[in-house]
Ligand binder design. Structure first.
Ligand SMILES: [Zn+2]
Length: 185
């Protein structure tokens, strides 16, 4: 039976031969995996917004497998999150670096704190504002309604962050940018 099927088997193997390099290649690509960028953020001074910041960070972790935002304190942290009475804002200093202010003014206007946190962290991850009014975009900021409680990045936002994390040229150079009025009408 085996030999009668040999020809067929050979054809099958020939076909598989194209796949084998990919399969063989898998362990070597595992040896050189796509780097996961770990970004430590310090929300210890974010006061009542600590949990909101964690939630915003987790939303990015879920959406972009090649980044991990992790809470940390001290010098390890490249992102510092504060709370104050102004507008929420971000001062990026390069990918995964910068300062976020969880301003209470937008919260008082009814915006959802975890979404604000996810938006401001989006700036730290290299995204600009995109005031298209859509709840399914995090970077729509204040242009989306206060009823919007989504913390999930749009697929295009997640893809841009994935590319930014890959060390390529940032679509938006965040080094000089500050996003001071994301939630100001
Ligand atoms: Zn913004």
């Amino acid at each position: 039976m085996f030999f009668r099927k040999a020809a067929t088997t050979l054809v099958t193997l020939f076909g598989l031969a194209f796949l084998i390099p990919a399969l063989v290649g898998a362990p070597s690509s595992a040896a050189a995996p796509v780097a996961v960028r770990t970004i430590y953020y310090d929300a210890s001074q974010a006061q009542e917004f600590r949990a909101a910041v964690d939630e915003g960070a987790e939303a990015w972790n879920k959406a972009v497998p090649t980044i991990v935002l992790k809470p940390a304190t001290g010098s390890q942290a490249t992102v510092r999150v504060y709370a104050d009475d102004g507008w929420p804002r971000a001062i990026p200093a390069g990918f995964g670096r910068g300062t976020v202010y969880m301003g209470r003014q937008a919260v008082n206007d009814g915006f959802y704190p975890p979404r604000i946190a996810a938006h401001e962290l989006g700036h730290i991850l290299g995204l600009p504002d995109n005031r298209n009014g859509r709840c399914d975009y995090l970077m729509s900021g204040h242009s989306s309604p206060t009823s919007c409680k989504s913390t999930t990045p749009h697929a295009t936002e997640a893809e841009q962050v994935r590319r930014n994390a890959g060390g390529g040229v940032l679509a938006v150079d965040t080094r000089q940018a500050a996003y001071a009025d994301c939630f100001v009408f």
